[in-house]
Design a binder for this molecule. Sequence first.
Ligand code: MG
Ligand code: FE
Length: 168
Amino acid sequence: MAEKYERLIQWLRDAHAMEMQAETMLKAQASRLENYPDLRSRIEQHVTETQRQAQLLQECITRLGADTSSMKDAAGKITAMMQGLGGAFAGDEVVKGAMAGYTFEHFEISAYAALVAAAEAVGDHQTASACQTIMKEEQAMADWLRDNLPATTRRYLEREAAGQEAKR
Ligand code: MG
Ligand code: FE
């Protein structure tokens, strides 16, 4: 049982590091967008959600009696995992950025699916429920990005054809 708790705590820390990274990427992405107001405001909404998610995870970690001082270790691992995606987020191109966002949301969904199972495995229903709540927000963000990718792409192509700034 001790091993299961330790693993759950480690994965919660990983998820916390993932959300901190997500906040940075989303803020940078939103601030770059000038000509895609719907996409920008949905990303800004998700920044707020992401901040709440990080807080929720911190509360779960604290409730499990773990300290939050070793968060930096997890951040290193997660950064390595997300390096590929980071490029597209940082890139100066709206369609690639939206694609990277859609991919990243699914990475998050999979992390929370594993966390729900890990929390249930030790009977920690509060953590399971928190991770379920977060997972729904990630799914909603992924759905929105998918549903809006065609419109974003059309707008990009129209602006480019009209000689207007299209990439951001
Ligand atoms: Mg998130
Ligand atoms: Fe997310």
